[in-house]
Design a protein around this ligand. Sequence first.
Ligand code: SAH
Ligand code: SF4
Length: 417
Amino acid sequence: MAASLDTATTQPMPAAAPAAGGDARLPSLVGLTRSGLSEALAGIGVPQRDLRMRVGQLWQWIYFRGVRDFDAMTNVGKGLRAELARHFTLARPEIVSEQVSVDGTRKWLLRMPPTGPHDRGAEVEAVYIPEADRGTLCVSSQVGCTLTCTFCHTGTQRLVRNLTAAEIVAQLVVARDRLGDWPGAARPTDGLVPDAERAVSNIVFMGMGEPLYNFEGVRDAVEVISDGEGLSLSRRRITLSTSGVVPMIGRAGDEIGTMLAISLHATRDDLRDELVPLNKKYPIRDLLEACRGYPGLSNARRITFEYVMLKGVNDSLAEARDLVRLLKGIPAKINLIPFNPWPGTRYECSDWEQIEDFSEVVFRAGYASPVRTPRGRDILAACGQLKSETEKLRARARLMLESGIGAEGLFVAGEAD
Ligand code: SAH
Ligand code: SF4
């Protein structure tokens, strides 16, 4: 663990500010798809013939301008604005805390509105990684993860539910709020924000959860995020990372259409079975076959293969050679990820020299700049370190399940592979 915690700043945020322009108990329109918005408007009596136009107007205000108050929507009549405010809000998830790492990485712990009387509200983390000319937001697709990769902190969290598309989109909206990434808004003065037109220029689904186990949620969220009249982040700037849910990979290419990253981490099935237990179901050969068939794959649209560097486990030079052999013929990038430790893990990060030697083998085989610099380690914001406080709900959820009350959308992970 980095010893620089004292230089990072943590700001517990003030208790959820009452949603501007409305009662926090009302549903928020933020994060809805066009059809979701249309349904919401129809539900409060907006005539069928006006729906398209009204959705277009709201879309601009919510996703292009980022407004937080219906009263700002100047091209929407006063009467409809009041009606909207009576039924809906433009509230964002509550920011429970914001941490800024010494390297400028920001991590937000967000609390989603409760899904029912027994749910206090799921907590998820989103991480912002600024670089000189771009800013990447790492979003979560689930609360926790049902998979149990042995090197991943999220995998030790047992309480899991899928995030809705709106909850995924809301992570970007919150990031834009905090980074002043709306037209005319001011950038924060603390931490680094790139000197680019957009503070958030890229999105990676590399936070908590397995995105292909939340297919519809992720698909709809990508539809909202990539819409050219709103948040407008092109699908080529969005990367979906999967641990290898083989039957969903082709569909993901067809229906989601983002860039793809595969968490490979091993070159032999016996080792991958141990590191990524899903491998027992979908072994390496099937996984690579699915990759070869990924729709849209070309030299300009390569698949990224992620490989976490675990000391003495998967970091030999023989494995580096196996890796390039295995990927032969697939338009690929290789991303070596130094292992990010977390409390209680049994792994260590490979020595820096070993990572360099490994990357040299990969480099000689024609793959450029493959080592991912660890970011935000001091605030446990790096890959695989995410694990929210929702864990604490576990005992309570179990109790509810046992007493037959049900836990409103929360389920305790049982699937080990
Ligand atoms: N579930 C998806 C996406 C989230 S994990 C997946 O597994 O691909 C995002 C990336 O972080 C994956 O490549 C994952 O293997 C990697 N990762 C997980 N724990 C890590 C850790 N402790 N150190 C470094 N990388 C880690
Ligand atoms: Fe889940 Fe990905 Fe972590 Fe594996 S690495 S436990 S799939 S979040």
